[in-house]
Write a new protein. Structure first.
Length: 147
């Protein structure tokens, strides 16, 4: 028991050093807007017409795991594949990152679902895979990872 105490402190200290390396929050690249400057004001003005009810979140969840296959890149837990050591940053977004959630408006996320994120594996999903209404529901589900 006594011997474990210093071990614990060592563990905490190690976490303090390693945590910022292992989370995307430490990478300012993640927080940079994905919507081009010329379009961001307009994108931010788009409001989600669906209230964040359990029913609507559930609809988004079905799409995320189902026909929109978001899960294949963003993971079951919404953390993307970024929890693979050494590959952080190159992989899809960690939706549980609260600083990322706070940095984006719903409108910016809809813009991404319409246009994709240039130069990355994030492709446009509207209108081929999702209708705009479905995309708003998926966004409600994406938001639920940040809560
Ligand atoms: C083929 C892999 C892949 C699939 C499938 C995929 N994504 Fe992504 N997604 C990515 C990658 C990679 C990024 C990171 C892009 C970047 O850094 O700009 C990303 C980023 C995002 C972002 C964050 C953009 C931002 O502003 O930071 C959102 C939101 C998102 N995806 C939602 C979705 C949703 C919803 C689906 C399903 C409809 C989906 N993605 C399907 C790979 C994918």
């Amino acid at each position: 028991m006594v011997g474990r105490v210093p071990g614990q402190w060592f563990f905490y200290a190690l976490c303090l050093i390693l945590l910022p390396m292992g989370t995307e929050a430490a990478d300012p690249e993640i927080l940079k807007p994905r919507v081009p400057p010329g379009q961001i004001e307009q994108a931010r003005s788009w409001k989600n017409p669906f209230p964040s009810t359990q029913d609507n979140i559930e609809k988004g969840k079905k799409l995320f795991y189902g026909k929109a296959f978001c899960v294949t890149c963003h993971g079951k837990d919404g953390k993307g594949l970024g929890n693979i050591p050494g590959l952080v940053g190159k992989l899809p977004r960690n939706f549980t990152d609260k600083s990322w959630q706070a940095a984006r408006t719903d409108g910016e996320l809809l813009w991404i679902l319409k246009n994709g994120s240039r130069g990355t594996a994030m492709a446009p999903f509207i209108p081929r895979i999702l209708t705009e209404d479905e995309a708003w529901q998926v966004i409600l589900f994406v938001r639920s990872f940040g809560k």
